[in-house]
Design a protein around this ligand. Structure first.
Ligand code: EPU
Length: 430
């Protein structure tokens, strides 16, 4: 049993450095399958989702060298079109990028339907719509996605997505990179990691334009070559530390961020009374007085990210007044609210709306991280709460946050990771 134990009530002070973006890395790693040559990639976050994808790539014959904790060399020149292990694939949502990557590289793909955090149904019909538009035959029976390109290869086409989907936009981009002719994705997602994937592919010889707007054009090329790329900083990890300072109080400089990516989060925290100062590649967050209430609705980029919804909810749980969160991306992303209520928060959830009546303090207790960002929110709540908080199921948190214990400890938090046999009592963090 792995747990975090937090003794809360200490403001955070100091400097924290943000790692590379998880949701960029989890698309870029499968996309290396398209490249015949060595990709040297810097700023790769050392998180369990990335390690899983590397295991999948290795099992397909990729040669991987770790030059430093965050720099990898990946060579897929001799990769085989062998099937990735179902067990590995089902553990991670982003394994769906292997459909686009295998289809592009080998002309066919067979990938188990992906797993990932459970926020209600997460279909991949828009990915399939895109692959079919560029000529693939796709079958999704028996828990697998099987896709086959025509004998002469995939053919560029126009794809109008029915909804803004990050995964579908990136997967179609990967699949269309080596297609014959031009693919146009309309109603594309605009998240920073979409631009990052396009920049990675272009650095390896692809011809992609328009990433970051809602129309992306991919002119197919015959092959990609090796090259160098550095992944952007993680918008959500940065936002999580910003929310942690806003909730627990203190004064922290958050380094290695792209402040423009943080606009929406910075604006919301300012509205709530935190001081947020932007520099070229860092952001300073200070909070001394009690936060004020606010409302937020999650939206695709550049709107407020759904992946920051649980973390901002903790700030609202401690703010003065009644705040309302409207979740517009997922059906069920409020399961963590009942855990916060165990700490003394006052949150009422009605399907996709949470009404949060701010309280003066939260009290530590034992919590279960029910998904990655919910787990991050529980860490923030534990930092802000009085007394001891124990967080279980931390595997979720470690899927997406590199060295969260070390980074928070450096900011003065009292947080420990403990591993005990299931029936043994938990030692104190203090
Ligand atoms: N959707 C469909 N059909 C599709 C694709 C999406 O109905 O074919 C729906 C989804 O069910 C959802 C909405 O459209 O309701 C948006 O889904 P999207 O495809 O944008 O999300 P995703 O690709 O599955 C990625 C991130 C998530 C993040 C969302 C939204 C990865 C691996 N995951 O998921 O990240 O919440 O975009 O920004 O990139 C996280 O990091 O904690 C996380 C969950």
């Amino acid at each position: 049993m792995k747990r975090y134990i937090i003794h809360g009530g200490r403001p955070l002070h100091g400097t924290v450095t943000i790692s590379g973006a998880k949701n960029a890395a989890v698309a870029i790693l499968p996309a290396t399958l398209l490249v015949e040559g060595v990709c040297r990639i810097e700023n790769v976050p050392d998180i369990s989702d990335v390690r899983l994808l590397l295991d999948i790539l290795s099992s397909m014959g990729a040669s991987i060298r770790r030059l430093s904790p965050n720099t990898l060399e990946i060579d897929c020149t001799h990769a085989r079109d062998s099937e990735a292990s179902d067990d590995l694939v089902r553990r991670i949502r982003a394994s769906y990028y292997f459909i686009g990557a295998q289809l592009g590289r080998f002309g066919h793909a067979r990938v188990a339907l992906p797993g990932g955090c459970n926020f209600g149904p997460r279909p991949i019909d828009q990915h399939i719509k895109g692959f079919e538009a560029i000529g693939a035959m796709v079958d999704t029976s028996n828990g697998y996605v099987c896709a086959t390109a025509p004998n002469d290869g995939l053919i560029g086409s126009r794809v109008n997505l029915d909804m803004v989907s990050v995964g579908a936009t990136m997967n179609i981009m990967i699949g269309a990179t080596l297609a014959i002719g031009t693919t146009v994705i309309e109603n594309a997602a605009k998240e920073p990691h979409i631009v990052d994937l396009a920049n990675f592919l272009n650095a390896m010889g692809a011809k992609i334009s328009g990433a970051g707007t809602d129309v992306i054009k991919i002119r197919g090329v015959r092959a990609l070559h090796g090259g160098f790329y550095s992944i952007i900083p993680d918008q959500i990890e940065a936002g999580t530390y910003m929310a942690a300072v806003a909730a627990a109080g203190g004064d922290v400089l958050i380094q290695n961020v792209i402040p423009k990516h943080m606009d929406c989060i910075s604006a919301k925290l300012r509205e709530m009374g935190a001081r947020v100062i932007e520099y070229d590649d860092s952001i300073r967050v200070q909070r001394t007085n009690r936060l004020r209430r606010a409302n937020v609705k999650t939206l695709p980029y550049p709107g407020f990210p759904t992946d920051m919804q649980p973390q901002i909810a903790v700030c609202m749980a401690l703010a003065n007044g009644v705040s309302v969160i409207t979740e517009s991306i997922y059906d069920t992303r409020f399961r963590y609210c009942q855990e916060l209520n165990h700490m003394g928060a006052s949150i009422k959830v009605d399907t996709k709306v949470a009404v949060i009546n701010g309280v003066e303090k939260l009290m530590g207790c034992t919590l279960h991280a029910c998904d990655l960002r919910a787990g991050a929110a529980m860490v923030i709540a534990g930092l802000a709460a009085e007394g001891e908080t124990i967080i279980e199921q931390i595997e979720y948190i470690e899927r997406g946050y590199e060295n969260i214990i070390g980074k928070l400890t450096d900011l003065g938090a009292c947080i420990k990771r403990v591993e005990t046999p299931d029936n043994q009592s938990v030692p104190s963090a203090g």
